[in-house]
Design a protein around this ligand. Structure first.
Ligand SMILES: NC(=O)C1=CN([C@@H]2O[C@H](COP(=O)(O)OP(=O)(O)OC[C@H]3O[C@@H](n4cnc5c(N)ncnc54)[C@H](O)[C@@H]3O)[C@@H](O)[C@H]2O)C=CC1
Ligand SMILES: O=C(O)C(=O)COP(=O)(O)O
Length: 504
């Protein structure tokens, strides 16, 4: 991995002091400035190779376009919606975050808001400070036995579920990516949003902010909820439409809201905050000593490891890497993507794998690791590396466990080209160039097989290449390069036992 030179870093927010210390121990000059306006940032940013932010710094396209020397934007935290990632990618600037450092803290605050909503703790505490002793006004309701709808079942959603289950809440949820069988294993029954809305006593949202999640709770969806539903937003302002929430609070359709985040921070419009049934915090989800220590340390270590060419963790725009790193690294990145695509095509269902095992032999480990952006999926990823055994080229083996079973692939780079050497334990006689339209199938090594396939089953495409297995005992995997993908791969079924196709 070609080292990236980072000599100067601007930390533009209050980040744990360990971040600065780690960067400086590694020879990076650090400047800390807080509360910079966009104009100040635009004027200053050209002086830095790296920028470390939290959620308050808006790293707009204008800032990025003025950043002549910037190579990395480090987010000491999770959400990168305050960074124009597209503009950064266009300028080959890596954006990285530390998504697991504040999970527990954000989950705990969510639970605190759910509990406060059920027992009016903040309002009662305020009335005590005003000298009152009002035992009637703050009559609450137990969480025990109530239904909690969790929209977004990633890191934080999962932690909220397990904590609220200990209060006896029934947890249901929705997530378009996390498979229902995975969430069922942590006690969350998944269903469509249409089914979820009318069942919930409480709803909490834990999705990123993106076009598909803006206004998930709006006038229409509030209308589908139980009257008096209570809602929590510790994710991002706007996932619950603020105007619709105010209307629902005023009509009584919503019985209370716990808000940590707002569309505008700090919010100029105080109508939600001032509503008697709203309890709110100034974006405190990640504001604990522990979360800040983890995120501050993690982002500094990630930057240092990247500078030293040791490792690359947390990049959210991995495509930048192809422009940033050496030719060798680019080839390995292509190999990683291609092997991943082959294995993905082998998974019968759309459900992502639950477990990935990556082992590399004789390959520059740092280059290989740059491809593992597994934090975006609920995946368990294990990686191991072995020194070269003397063979000219290194190899990588990837094994995945999915609902359709276990699959493995072994690949390498030969003459600058990503090739597949082995699929599901069948070793190919000729390395398969991982490009174009590829059809993989499992069959017994019958000399007539290809003729039968070409004649009877594959009419719409012609064969461009073929590689069979070294071993001819039992069922083995074959690969055919095709002029076009087949319209219906299942038409091969009578001749082959298993088949998958993809375009690379
Ligand atoms: N208040 C605070 O201080 C903090 C807020 N956050 C925010 O919390 C949110 C969740 O963070 P994590 O759990 O770490 O993220 P995550 O990436 O682990 O989980 C997000 C989940 O949302 C799901 N999702 C995406 N689109 C969806 C949709 N349309 N409907 C339902 N689910 C959808 C994804 O599949 C994923 O499983 C983010 O917005 C993050 O920025 C995170 C930490 C602190
Ligand atoms: O990590 C996140 O997504 C957060 O919202 C935390 O934001 P903060 O680092 O506290 O400004």
């Amino acid at each position: 991995m070609a080292p990236i030179s980072i000599q100067t870093v601007l930390i533009s927010e209050s980040v744990d002091p360990r971040c600065r210390a780690i960067l400086e121990e590694n020879g990076i000059r650090v400047t800390e400035k807080q509360n910079m306006t966009e104009a100040e940032l635009i004027a200053d940013i050209k002086n830095y190779d790296g920028l470390v932010v939290r959620s308050a710094t808006k790293v707009t396209a204008a800032v990025i376009n003025a950043a002549d020397n910037l190579k990395i934007i480090g987010r000491a935290g999770t959400g990168v919606d305050n960074v124009d990632v597209e503009a950064a990618t266009r300028k080959s600037i890596i954006v990285m975050n530390t998504p697991s450092g504040n999970t527990i803290s954000a989950a705990e605050l969510t639970c605190a808001l759910l509990m406060s909503l059920s027992r009016h703790v903040p309002q009662a505490a305020m009335s005590m400070k005003q000298g009152k002793w009002d035992r009637k006004k703050f009559m609450g309701a137990e969480l025990y036995g109530k239904v909690l709808g969790i929209v977004g079942l990633g890191r934080i959603g999962k932690e909220v579920a397990s904590r609220m289950q200990s209060f006896g809440m029934k947890t249901i949820g929705y997530d378009p990516i996390t498979p229902p069988e995975v969430t069922a294993s942590w006690g969350v029954l998944q269903m469509s949003l249409e089914e979820l809305w009318p069942q919930c006593d409480y709803i909490t949202v834990h999705t990123p902010l993106m076009p598909s999640t803006v206004g998930l709770l709006n006038d229409e969806t509030f209308g589908k909820c139980k009257r008096g539903v209570k809602v929590v937003n510790c994710a991002r302002g706007g996932i619950i439409d603020e105007a619709a929430l105010l209307r629902a609070l005023e009509s009584g359709q919503c019985g209370g809201a716990g808000l940590d985040v707002f569309v505008e921070e700090p919010p100029k419009n105080r109508s939600l905050i001032d509503h008697p049934n709203v309890i709110s915090c100034p974006h405190l989800g990640a504001s604990t000593k522990e979360a800040q220590a983890r995120c501050g340390m993690d982002i500094a270590v990630q930057i240092v490891e990247m500078v030293k060419g040791k490792n690359l963790v947390g990049a959210v725009n991995a495509q930048v890497l192809a422009n940033t790193f050496s030719q060798e690294s680019q080839q390995l990145i292509k190999l990683g993507e291609a092997v991943g695509a082959v294995l993905k095509s082998c998974i019968a269902s759309n459900a992502p794998p639950s477990h990935v095992e990556i082992s590399t032999k004789g390959i520059d480990r740092a280059s290989w690791k740059s491809n593992s952006n597994s934090h975006e999926l609920p995946l368990q990823v294990n990686q191991s590396h072995y020194a070269s055994d003397g063979a000219a080229e290194g190899v990588c083996k990837v094994e995945i466990t999915a609902s359709s079973g276990r699959h493995n692939a072994v690949g390498s780079v030969r003459g600058g080209v990503a090739v597949l050497l082995q699929l599901n334990d069948s070793r190919f006689r000729q390395p398969i160039s991982l490009s174009g339209n590829l059809l993989f199938f499992k069959a017994s090594a019958d000399p007539q097989l290809l003729t039968s396939l070409a004649g009877k089953r594959i009419k719409e495409a012609y064969f461009q290449s073929f590689s069979g297995p070294e071993n001819h005992t039992g069922d083995q995997w074959f690969c055919v390069g095709l002029s076009a993908l087949l319209k219906d791969v299942s038409a091969l079924k009578p001749l082959v036992n298993d088949a998958a196709q993809l375009s690379i």
